[in-house]
Design a binder for this molecule. Structure first.
Ligand SMILES: [Zn+2]
Length: 243
């Protein structure tokens, strides 16, 4: 079928030719898709602001020989707050950039799509910053990585499988490692381990209300190492934080 209708989050948008844009969409039915939208940069554009990053739209996509084109879009959700608040913007950028890198094109990603939309909603509803210390940001990244199959090992040693006390985090070995298996691991505090576990087990609504902490920042640094190990890319949204 050359035309397809799907619900999508606009992950990013960049200029193309005179009046067009390349969009990266996270669609519920076909995963991540890069698509062209024509005429969107004209001042008289019929698109309005519908296809801005972080918006949720029902889009009609046309699959041509060499590229996909957006032929219509209906706005479903627009998150006003996260455009006005720096921490919310950082949090939304982390979630959208991670989704773009974690999921391939072509596969239905209903659970990951629902999760991303819930994360944007929670971020828009407000949380205590700074973003890099916010349990909601750590939780959004953790849950997206879970959906992509990259959950870190947090309940035993990722190297020997033993139940000894976790002393380090190793991206190459996939999670926490014990004192016998330190190797290339970076030291990890018990508080950061607790933050990582909370990010897996607690729902986004609870993480949104949880207070920011240094332990969360440490946990985010560890999780980002694992993210970069699997995707081969570091998140630009975190580059100023040296994470
Ligand atoms: Zn071990």
């Amino acid at each position: 079928m050359r035309y397809a209708t799907t619900r999508a989050v606009v992950l990013s948008s960049r200029p193309l030719a005179e009046a067009d844009r390349w969009l990266t969409l996270f669609t519920r039915d076909q995963g991540r898709i890069d698509a062209v939208v024509k005429g969107v940069r004209r001042t008289t554009s019929r698109w309005g602001g519908r296809l801005e990053p972080f918006n949720v739209c029902d889009v009609v996509l046309y699959r041509g020989r060499s590229r996909v084109t957006v032929t219509s879009a209906q706005l479903v959700d627009v998150f006003h707050h996260l455009r006005e608040d720096r921490d919310a913007l950082t949090a939304a950028a982390v979630a959208c950039e991670a989704a773009a890198l974690l999921f391939a094109e072509g596969e239905p990603e209903v659970r990951a799509f629902t999760l991303l939309r819930s994360a944007l909603r929670a971020i828009d509803a407000g949380f205590a910053g700074p973003a890099l210390r916010a349990p909601l940001v750590l939780g959004s990244l953790m849950k997206l990585m879970y959906e992509a199959g990259y959950l870190p090992v947090l309940d035993r040693c990722a190297s020997c499988g033993g139940g000894g006390r976790a002393l380090a985090f190793s991206a190459a070995r996939g999670g926490l490692v014990c004192g016998e298996c330190l190797g290339d691991g970076v030291p990890v505090t018990p508080e950061a381990i607790a933050a990582l576990r909370d990010a897996v087990t607690r729902p986004l609504s609870e993480l949104r209300a949880a207070p920011p902490s240094e332990a969360v920042e440490e946990a985010l640094r560890d999780l980002h190492l694992l993210f970069a190990y699997h995707t081969g890319t570091r998140l630009r949204a975190l580059r100023f934080a040296r994470l």
